[in-house]
Design a protein around this ligand. Structure first.
Ligand code: TYD
Length: 206
């Protein structure tokens, strides 16, 4: 039985998840809540090692191996950080979770989406977010933002446009299938407007 609140941010690369996660954290802390802000891949020591393989390994990583690496990162993260925080009653704000696996490894890499979801749920011992904010952005617009960032692309960011189009479509269909869990926002809206929409949706859950 968890007593905290588990909020995840999802969306393509460059959609602004990190900014919105930070703004939500500041608002919640300002109203006196204990907050743990974290991310996948890489929210734990083991996760940092896994992150390095999945994002920066130069040779081929087979799709199933990639799916298992993200699942391993998730298993460690949930068991050692997320679940304990929720048990303490904290709010956990997390950049990416199992929907990223379904979208990227499922639709992007064309593995079976249902199998990927089940693998992730097994890894996470069944933990689902109370709320998932999907920041939806046209991959073309996202690419412009990423180019402006001046950071080298990781393995997934470097994928072709149709990969990112499939990922976007997969996120939208996940959201349509679970409207109670998802809040879908147009990531092209101004940052402050997005933050206000997130706060409005979360307030009744607190
Ligand atoms: P992210 O941390 O958002 O990258 P950045 O630090 O550049 O903002 O995510 C890293 C990449 O990992 C991103 O392209 C999506 C991908 N990913 C998956 O393919 N599957 C997953 O399960 C997760 C959590 C991320």
């Amino acid at each position: 039985m968890t007593t905290g609140l588990f909020v995840t941010f999802e969306g393509g690369d460059g959609a602004g998840k990190t900014t919105q996660a930070r703004l939500l954290e500041e608002w919640l802390r300002g109203s006196g809540r204990e907050v743990v802000r974290t991310r996948e891949p890489g929210g734990t020591e083991v996760g940092v090692l896994v992150r390095d393989i999945v994002l920066h390994h130069r040779g081929e990583v087979a799709p199933r191996a990639e799916a298992l690496l993200y699942a391993a990162d998730r298993a460690q993260h949930v068991a050692t950080l997320v679940r304990p925080a929720l048990d303490r009653g904290d709010v956990v704000i997390q950049d990416r979770y199992l929907d990223s696996s379904v979208a990227y490894q499922g639709a992007g890499r064309v593995l079976d989406a249902k199998e990927i979801r089940e693998l992730s749920l097994w890894a996470a011992d069944g933990l689902l977010p109370d709320l998932t904010v999907l920041l939806d952005l046209d991959p073309e617009a996202a690419r412009v933002r990423l180019d402006a960032d001046d950071k080298p692309f990781d393995r997934l960011e470097a994928e072709e446009a149709d990969f990112h189009a499939r990922v976007r479509a997969a996120f939208l269909s996940l959201a349509a299938a679970e409207p109670d869990r998802f809040l879908v926002l147009d990531a092209a809206l101004p940052v402050t407007e997005l933050a206000a929409a997130v706060r409005e949706r979360i307030a009744p859950l607190l």
